[in-house]
Write a protein of this length. Structure first.
Length: 189
């Protein structure tokens, strides 16, 4: 599904086939371009890449599977036929010394400014994934004020029409999950 289709499904303006999936990737890692993008493209899939926009850069470095690399602007452009890009904040994918996530510890105006910067750098989006899945009422207020309509958590679960669009559940697929695990998540097995 695309973000637009997903949003129309949640607001009950579109029916989708059973077991429809919105594929999401967090952080904007280069391996999503090198490893996932070709497979998604081959099968005609679309996905959402939640970017930490302060970590994207002008220079495209050679791929190194050992280091934690982020997408360059060139790679973002090259993969835009498969990926839609949305916010994972600009500089707020971080936490205080006590471990409190910035989206909880910072003020409403600071959150607004950071997310607005991220939206501008992406070129517009109405979707965000909460870094670390951390958010509260003030966070939801701040992101709403800058135009975020869809906000994704790290809470497991499925989505149905009428769900809270600022508290969207996702089922996480990790490298250690098998295809059978994935089928079970989709309730196919």
């Amino acid at each position: 599904m695309t973000l637009d289709e997903f949003e129309r499904y949640i607001i009950n303006k579109m029916d989708v086939p059973k077991n429809s999936v919105l594929l999401t990737f967090d952080d904007g890692h280069k391996n999503n371009y090198i490893e996932a993008y070709p497979v998604l493209k081959e099968y005609g899939f679309h996905a959402v890449e939640f970017l930490i926009t302060s970590r994207n850069n002008d220079q495209t470095d050679p791929y190194d599977s050992i280091t934690n690399q982020y997408l360059s602007y060139e790679e973002i452009e090259a993969s835009s036929d498969v990926y839609e890009f949305a916010s994972h904040t600009n500089r707020f994918h971080n936490h205080e010394e006590d471990g409190t996530a910035f989206l909880i510890s910072k003020s409403l105006p600071e959150i607004e400014e950071d997310v607005e910067t991220s939206i501008e750098q992406i070129g517009g989006t109405n979707a965000l994934a909460y870094p670390y899945g951390a958010y509260d009422e003030e966070t939801m207020e701040a992101i709403s004020l800058v135009g975020i309509d869809l906000a994704f958590t790290v809470q497991s679960g499925y989505v149905a029409p009428g769900d809270d669009m600022l508290q969207i559940h996702r089922n996480s697929v990790r490298p250690y999950h098998s295809i059978e695990d994935f089928k079970e998540m989709l309730q196919l097995s």
